[in-house]
Design a protein around this ligand. Structure first.
Ligand code: CA
Length: 261
């Protein structure tokens, strides 16, 4: 892919990467503009917008806030809006805002062009993979070969980030196209100290799933697939929620890696 570099004033680096343009600050963090969001802004109310004179100042504000992973800057109204959650395309949570531009963080450890989305708050990046769909074990191998694993979504901030990514990006928003995550039941059987048994799902890092902590993010009634529910998935229902499912078919999946500044 051709990348053209041009020196600009104040030590900024401006370049074009396919449909993306970008600028760098502090020599190591690069904020990439996604032109598909030109003249759009976020409906998110969690981060109020504020006035700054330049998009570079907006970028610096984002960089100084570890819960900020992207930002909108409007050069007409001078409004800067920091975003925890990330847009990648075909957003369904944006509103028209003439003059607004959207920027995401570029990282050598989690390349945008490979489909990674970055969560600085938990020092994690994720890569939702649509194709080829794989069996759970093969998906885990692919994620491992990339230096990570299938997505481990505790502590809860991780689950919150990925949930909010899915519900903001329509191209991922399909009930039939569930995404496998790094949750499984290695024993293959529900532990049964109680009548009917209780679920014994674990994350791929060995930690048991905390069903109390994650309860708001489960499909109502789930886990509900009994002895066949051997893997964890996320899919569209009322939100984009956790479910358990039989490990019997190829599915989409979400890899994760450690993000380093
Ligand atoms: Ca289920």
């Amino acid at each position: 892919m051709a990348i053209t570099l041009a020196r600009a004033t104040f030590g900024l680096v401006v370049f074009q990467l396919s449909m993306l343009s970008a600028f760098a600050i502090y020599n190591d963090s690069i904020w990439v503009r996604d032109v598909s969001y030109d003249d759009l802004s976020s409906l998110d109310a969690d981060n109020a917008s504020f006035a700054v004179k330049t998009e570079l100042q907006c970028a610096r504000s984002c960089q100084g806030n570890t819960s900020c992973n992207s930002f909108f800057y409007n050069s007409v109204t001078k409004q800067c809006r920091l975003q925890r959650y990330v847009f990648v395309s075909a957003a369904n949570s944006t509103v028209s805002d003439t003059g607004s531009r959207y920027y995401r963080l570029m990282s050598g450890s989690c390349p945008l062009e490979e489909g990674y989305i970055i969560d600085r708050l938990t020092s994690t990046c994720y890569r939702p993979v649509k194709s080829p769909a794989l069996m759970w074990e093969d998906a885990e191998s692919v994620c491992g070969a990339a230096g990570g694993s299938l997505a481990v979504l505790e502590p809860i901030e991780r689950l919150d980030f990925l949930y909010n990514f899915f519900i903001r990006n329509r191209e991922f928003y399909s009930y039939k196209r569930a995404y496998m995550i790094g949750m499984s039941r290695p024993t293959g059987m529900w532990d049964s100290p109680l009548p009917g048994g209780i679920p014994d799902h674990v994350w791929v890092n060995g930690q048991p799933v905390d069903f109390m902590a994650t309860a708001p993010y489960w499909k109502p009634g789930a886990p509900d697939s009994g002895n066949s529910g051997n893997i964890g998935i996320m899919r569209h229902g009322k939100g984009f929620l956790l479910d358990d499912a039989p490990n019997t078919q190829n599915r989409r999946y979400v890899c994760q890696k450690v993000y380093r500044e």
